[in-house]
Design a protein around this ligand. Sequence first.
Ligand SMILES: Nc1ncnc2c1ncn2[C@@H]1O[C@H](COP(=O)(O)OP(=O)(O)O)[C@@H](O)[C@H]1O
Ligand SMILES: [Mg+2]
Length: 281
Amino acid sequence: MLKIENLHYTYEDGTSALNGIDLEIARGEFLAILGSNGSGKTTLIKHLNGLLRPGRGRVLLDGKAVEKVEDREVFSRIGIVFQDPNDQLFAATVGEDVAFGPTNMGLAADEVQHRVAKALAQVGMADYARKSVHALSHGQKKRICVAGILAMEPQVVILDEPTAGLDPFGVHSLMHLLQDLNKQGITMIMATHVIDLVPLFMSKIAILSHGQVLRYGTPEEVFGDRESLEKAQLHLPLVAELMHVLKTRDHVNLHHIPLTVGEARREILRLLSVQDVMDKV
Ligand SMILES: Nc1ncnc2c1ncn2[C@@H]1O[C@H](COP(=O)(O)OP(=O)(O)O)[C@@H](O)[C@H]1O
Ligand SMILES: [Mg+2]
């Protein structure tokens, strides 16, 4: 659906932020763009809906260069939720803000209202349409940004570090919302440096470092490549780190390195039953 070919981008001050990115994003995927600060995540995202124009290389949307597709079509098909909700929200009330996108798409007023109500319900904020945007918490603002994008019924939703500034409950409820949307068929791309979330939610990972894709693959493939992680100044998910230490330093006989608490639990229970150390009931 989205194809990035040899993408380069240099900012006006001479910073070369992207240095030859090649990446393909298939329909229905939940892709993590994983990279430390300054690795080029935001710059890459801004190319995916034409906000920035490639210095060299191209971004193809269903085989067509993004800059050749009409803005209106791009914006309605690819929605971006930026890191700071205050950069994205601008209307006085929640309802007006969420209505902005579909109104701009030229939809009839009743269709706009229908979409606003549906999008607010999807993000669990159905009762907030009349609320002042300024009166919302950070987590609520984030949800309204997502609703504003959903109201355009996009095929792809891209989020730039969406969990930044959220409390643990906020992180989990936002991630589950994104997972639900992905299951409904929306292709999801999320830039993040929160490694522990990745194996729980994402199907593919692209590790970004110095404006290049250092590694691409499934969580199992990417987290199996510690060298690339270290090069990108990243680490394994915490659970995986513990299991890795148990395997390499303590020579515990692990079949594989579990990436999540659930997998680790199964592996530990297997080992315990082998060693017959569990109380028999
Ligand atoms: N507006 C800008 N002008 C100049 N350099 C920038 C600008 N925005 C980002 N950069 C630089 O481009 C590189 C990539 O930044 P960015 O895409 O924001 O990374 P990330 O989102 O992964 O933290 C960094 O070196 C950053 O300093
Ligand atoms: Mg960024």
